[in-house]
Design a protein around this ligand. Structure first.
Ligand code: UDP
Length: 311
C-alpha cells in the first residue's frame, strides 16, 4: 500500500514541486490549498490517480478521511510583497494553520514537517547562519507577520514533539527559485527575469550590496525529502551556500538574458536583511545533501519557464 502525504500549500511554488516529488517517489498526495497565492495550474500536469486536491484554508480545522503518513505544512504567502498584502492571513496560517496541521499529524500518527525560513534569523548578526543562531528579528516591523508566525510555528512544532512525542521536522528554507514561481510575486528572481525579458529597467533596491544565496527548487525539495525521512528533529538549514550581492545577481540576469535593460536603484524596503547565507554543515552531515544545480543552470531553466508564461 502506498504512503500518503498531505501537503498544505500544495498548489504553491514549493508545494507543487513537493507534490510532484512525492508522486514520483511512489506516494499518494493530498494537496490542500486555499489558492490565495497558489494556483491549480501548478499541479495540473500531475497524475490524478495519485493526487487529490482539497480546496481548504488550513487556518480552519479540517477532517480528512483515511490514513496519512506524512504532513508537510507549506501553506503561506512567502514573498515580502505578498505577506504585506495579506498580513493577517500570513500571521494566521503560520499560527492557527500550523496548529491545525499538527493536529492532523497527531490524529493520524503521521510524521510532520514544517516549512520554516531563513527569516527566523532576521537581519542576522552572525554570518553565515548556523541553526544554533537565535536571530535578530523585529517583532513589529513590516515582515514581522511572517517572521514571527514562522518562529511561533517552530515553537509549536517543538511543543508537539516534546509533549506528544510527535515525529516532527523543521526545515529552514533559504531563498529558492525555479519554475512555477509567480512572475508578479515581487521577489527578486521573478522581478529581475521579467524586467530583463520585457526590456524594462532592473530595479535594484538600496545599493545592491545586500546578499542572498539562491537555491534551485529541485535541490531544495530533495533536501526536504531527505530531512523528512531522517530521524533528526531539530531545525536544519536547506539552501545554497553560494552568496551573491543583489547587484551582481542583476548583472548575471542581464548577461544571461542578453537584455538591453539597465540597472536603476530604488529605496531599500524596511528591515531588508543585509546578508543571508546558510551554513549547511548539518544538512551535509545528517542528510548527505548539498545543492547540485549552479546559478547559471537554474536561471537558464527558470528563464525558459518565464519566457513561456510571458508570451
Ligand atoms: N530586491 C531588489 N529588487 C527587486 C526585488 C528585490 O533589489 O525588484 C532585493 C530585496 O531588497 C532583497 C533581495 O532582493 O534584498 C531579495 O528579495 P526578495 O523579495 O526576493 O526576498 P527576501 O530575501 O528579502 O525575503
Amino acid at each position: 500500500m502506498k504512503s500518503t502525504a498531505l501537503i498544505t500549500g500544495g498548489a504553491g511554488f514549493l508545494g507543487s514541486h513537493l507534490c510532484e516529488l512525492f508522486i514520483n517517489r511512489g506516494c499518494k498526495v493530498i494537496c490542500l490549498d486555499n489558492l490565495l497565492t497558489g494556483s491549480k495550474d501548478n499541479i495540473s500536469h500531475l497524475n490524478k490517480k495519485d493526487l487529490e486536491f482539497i480546496k481548504h484554508d488550513i487556518t480552519k480545522p479540517v477532517k480528512i478521511a483515511g490514513k496519512i503518513d506524512y504532513v508537510l505544512h507549506f501553506a503561506s504567502p512567502a514573498s515580502p510583497v505578498d505577506y504585506a498584502e495579506h498580513p493577517i492571513k500570513t500571521a494566521k496560517v503560520g499560527s492557527l494553520g500550523t496548529h491545525n496541521a499538527l493536529g492532523i499529524a497527531k490524529a493520524k500518527k503521521a510524521s510532520f514537517l514544517m516549512a520554516s525560513t531563513s527569516e527566523i534569523y532576521g537581519d542576522p548578526h552572525e554570518h553565515p547562519q548556523v541553526e544554533e543562531y537565535w536571530g535578530n528579528v523585529n517583532s513589529i516591523g513590516p515582515r514581522s507577520m511572517y517572521d514571527e508566525a514562522k518562529r511561533f510555528s517552530e515553537a509549536l512544532t517543538m511543543a508537539y514533539h516534546r509533549a506528544h512525542n510527535l515525529d516532527t521536522k523543521i526545515v529552514r528554507i533559504f531563498n529558492t527559485y525555479g519554475e512555477r514561481m509567480q512572475i508578479n510575486d515581487g521577489r527578486v528572481v521573478p522581478n529581475f527575469i521579467y524586467q530583463a525579458l520585457k526590456g524594462q529597467n532592473i530595479t535594484v533596491y538600496g545599493n545592491g550590496k545586500q546578499t542572498r544565496s539562491f537555491c534551485y527548487v529541485s535541490d531544495l525539495v530533495e533536501g526536504i525529502y531527505r530531512l523528512l525521512l531522517s530521524d533528526y528533529n531539530l531545525p536544519v538549514n536547506i539552501g545554497n551556500p553560494t552568496e551573491n550581492t543583489i547587484l551582481d545577481f542583476a548583472k548575471v540576469i542581464i548577461k544571461m538574458t542578453g537584455t538591453k535593460s539597465r540597472i536603476i536603484y530604488k529605496p531599500i524596503p524596511v528591515d531588508d536583511p543585509k546578508q543571508r547565507c546558510p551554513d549547511i554543515t548539518k544538512a551535509r552531515k545528517l542528510l548527505h545533501w548539498e545543492p547540485k544545480v549552479d546559478l547559471e543552470e537554474g536561471i537558464s531553466r527558470t528563464t525558459k519557464y518565464f519566457r513561456s508564461k510571458i508570451k
